[in-house]
Ligand binder design. Structure first.
Ligand SMILES: [Zn+2]
Length: 85
């Protein structure tokens, strides 16, 4: 049984943004995201990041702005988490 690690998923988000994941890894990653609402909720990236990954998998164009936007969102969410708890 495979353990789901939310921190691992976050690190993979950055790898995916940097284009370091293979197509297969991207598909698995998207699957993990879909299975874990915590990942999606806590990172508040569901829509833009899913669009990014789906575009990537479908070899559609992904603007640098979208990538930067997702990066900033993830970073701001990380900061928010510390403040809230
Ligand atoms: Zn998770």
């Amino acid at each position: 049984m495979k353990n789901h690690n939310c921190k691992e998923i976050l690190s993979k988000v950055f790898q995916a943004l940097d284009g370091e994941l293979s197509r297969e890894e991207e598909l698995n990653f998207l699957d993990e995201l879909n299975k874990c609402n915590h990942c999606l909720d806590s990172f508040e990236i569901e829509k833009s990041f899913k669009v990014f990954l789906l575009n990537k998998i479908n070899k559609s164009e992904c603007s640098d702005k979208l990538v930067e936007d997702i990066r900033l969102k993830i970073q701001s969410v990380n900061l928010d988490e510390e403040e809230q708890s």
